[in-house]
Design a protein around this ligand. Structure first.
Ligand SMILES: OC[C@H]1O[C@H](O[C@H]2O[C@H](CO)[C@@H](O)[C@H](O)[C@H]2O)[C@H](O)[C@@H](O)[C@@H]1O
Length: 627
């Protein structure tokens, strides 16, 4: 054939005759024709399949969307549900999920595929089948059954939505805490005696009764096998925020302690501090919360302020002495390395301040799905930078807020590590003053002097970097360019964040600012005209971004620090504004309590009695037993 192809037409006729030339032509032409048709046919087939697939996919999605959801779609297999003695396994599962997922839990099926209800699990089921084949496995099975820890309860648990099922599947279900009821203190008697208004007394006792609901003790299982749990083995009883937050939170504990002191539960208050100190002993700082997945960041540092409040109320010197070495460790955590920022002003004067900076560049384990979804449009290394910013924002306690975003409608523009926050430095200043005070108490004058000097330097830095004379407020400062721990930043007034946040008034909490610092009258006027004060309290910011630390939410710590600061200032006008804000806040708390029997973590400052909202989780509530 190849030979024939190379011959001329005449040679071929000569060699094989005319018929072979004709046959050859048909063959050559037919071959290319064939090939082309095959290509065309393939292209046509692919096109038709592509069109059809698109059509079928559309019909399928349309069909799925038109169907009613049913619970079978949202099942999660859960193992190791704590067994409540005296109850069947089925009752234990029911109790557990009714308590921990009350809003979404529908029911469960126990045992293999839910078809039988025997008091064994998958191990038992398979072991029994294999028994027929291998006697050795039966012996092994017997051995395992003797070891109680290896018996697992397994259930298919149903929820009413995909989100609720996903949250359950992503969460460590072993709570690790068991109820602890702290001693009631002498508050109820004092309340009966001192609070004349019957309604207010009922409310106060209701709030006091919350301690019982929110008190926990780490269970023995966690203490024995800490590696099997995310809950950290705290040595003392603890008070948790409530709802989804079933572990200790750092800065919440300051206000928990203020409440415990009002309730005259002094031992409980000291126990909370000892728990936080136990974290410093292991990690070198107080974690955001007492879960293993919080071991990459802290929260607003108020430990020294907690010790100070307890000491002021109880005069317990031994407790102060025992705490002091750990307050020093915490100070160095916040005042060195990545948390420390140096700024130089135009006169060449250097200032040191602190910022939030998490040691983490992955999604937050407790909210991994949300973080991954938000980061999905980013590539590396921006993804890792974003994850660090998210964790650093959680460290600020203000998670999340337009305060930390370059663009308030885009979470991926979070830039918390590039901001020197006003409030953090207020807490640091209080920490330094507190340490100086305790060091003096113990007779360690040189440490006391050192921290007094440090506190003065920080106050000067805060006035120089944050204070804005024109606005009469202290403003967060944006760092421009490289933000490494060694970098020195040149101060520029234009880098102050001129947006109004409640944090711009937190320095009022520092008494010294009311005497030596910028005039109270100026700050007072600025607060009154800031737009932050609403019928039900102080708003967190002026913009409604849907984030929980923004308008229209008002948060208790912010009301408290500003009100207390105004009262301490000694100015009669400031005092009357403080009273006005406190009354608005108490009224909304009371109205919401009357309506729902619960205390909320945040309120809508625009309407009295309304809970706040927004953010990534359902607003936490604390349900009282009295109403
Ligand atoms: O009351 C406890 C804390 O609740 C909020 O933050 C916590 O929840 C976040 C989402 O799960 C988590 O990422 C963060 O690290 C937690 O602290 C609230 O914003 C905090 O201020 C509060 O301490």
């Amino acid at each position: 054939m190849w030979e024939a192809l190379r011959m001329s037409k005449n040679d071929l006729i000569q060699h094989a005759g005319l018929d072979s030339v004709i046959f050859f032509r048909i063959y050559i032409l037919g071959f290319w024709f064939h090939l082309s048709i095959e290509y065309l046919f393939t292209i046509w087939t692919c096109y038709v399949v592509y069109k059809e697939y698109g059509h079928i996919a559309f019909m399928r999605l349309h069909f799925i969307a038109s169907q009613d959801r049913h619970a079978a779609q949202f099942n999660v297999v859960v193992r190791n549900i704590p067994h409540v003695s005296g109850h069947s396994i089925s009752e234990s599962v029911d109790q557990f999920f009714q308590r921990n997922h009350p809003e979404h839990y529908l029911g469960h099926q126990k045992g293999f595929l839910g078809l039988c209800d025997v008091r064994t699990d998958a191990i038992d089921y398979y072991s029994e089948s294999i028994y027929k084949i291998d006697k050795y496995l039966v012996a092994e099975h017997q051995r395992i059954l003797k070891y109680l820890k290896s018996i697992m309860t397994v259930a298919f648990v149903s929820f009413d939505s995909r989100l609720a099922a996903a949250i359950c599947a992503q969460t460590q279900q072993i709570t690790g805490e068991s109820r602890w009821s702290g001693k009631g203190g002498s508050f109820p008697q004092a309340c009966d005696r001192d609070v004349k208004n019957e309604k207010v007394r009922g409310w106060a006792l209701g709030v006091h009764s919350l301690w019982k609901n929110l008190s926990r003790r780490v269970s023995d299982g966690v203490i024995e096998d800490p590696d099997l749990h995310t809950l950290l083995p705290l040595p003392e009883p603890m008070v948790v925020p409530g709802s989804r937050f079933r572990e200790v939170y750092y800065w919440d504990s300051y206000w928990v302690i203020r409440g415990l002191l009002v309730s005259k539960m002094y031992d409980s208050a000291k126990a909370l501090v000892r728990n936080l100190i136990s974290l410093i002993k292991v990690y070198g700082y107080v974690l955001n919360g007492s879960r293993a997945y919080y071991s990459n960041r802290s929260e607003p540092p108020l430990l020294t302020s907690m010790v100070l409040e307890i000491y002021t109320r109880t005069g317990d010197l031994a407790f102060a002495n025992e705490s002091l070495p750990f307050l020093l460790v915490e100070h160095s955590f916040w005042n060195s390395g990545i948390h420390k920022v140096t700024i130089q002003d135009v006169q060449g004067q250097m200032y040191s301040l602190s910022r939030y900076y998490a040691m983490w560049n992955k999604p937050r384990p407790e909210s991994a799905i949300i973080d991954e979804e938000t980061a999905s449009k980013l590539q590396l290394p921006q993804k890792e930078i974003f994850y660090r910013e998210v964790a650093s924002t959680a460290e600020s306690g203000w998670d999340f807020s337009s305060r930390w975003m370059r663009n308030s409608s885009d979470m991926t523009t979070l830039s918390t590590t590039s901001i020197i926050p006003v409030d953090l430095n207020v807490y640091m200043y209080k920490m330094e003053l507190g340490i100086a005070f305790f060091a003096k108490l113990t007779g360690d004058n040189s440490t006391s002097e050192k921290f007094l000097t440090a506190s003065k330097a920080r106050l000067t830095a805060m006035t120089s970097i944050f204070w804005n004379e024109e606005m009469g407020q202290w403003l967060d400062y944006w760092l421009i360019g490289e933000c490494g721990s060694e970098d020195v930043h040149q101060f520029d007034l234009r880098n102050q964040n001129q947006n109004v946040f409640a944090s711009n008034f937190i320095p009022l909490w520092i008494q010294e600012n009311n005497t030596d610092g910028p005039a109270v009258d100026k700050v007072l006027k600025s607060l009154q005209t800031s737009g932050l004060i609403h019928p039900a309290g102080i708003a967190t910011s002026l913009v409604n971004t849907g984030q929980q630390w923004d308008f229209p939410n008002g948060w208790p710590p912010l009301q408290h620090m500003i009100v207390e600061g105004l009262v301490r200032s000694g100015s009669p006008e400031a005092r009357s504004l403080a009273e006005d804000i406190a009354i608005r806040w108490l009224k909304t708390n009371y109205a919401a309590f009357k309506k729902s029997g619960t205390m909320q973590e945040k309120y809508d400052v625009e309407s009295c009695g309304e809970a706040g909202g927004g953010g990534e989780y359902k607003t936490q509530v604390k349900t009282t037993t009295l109403n």
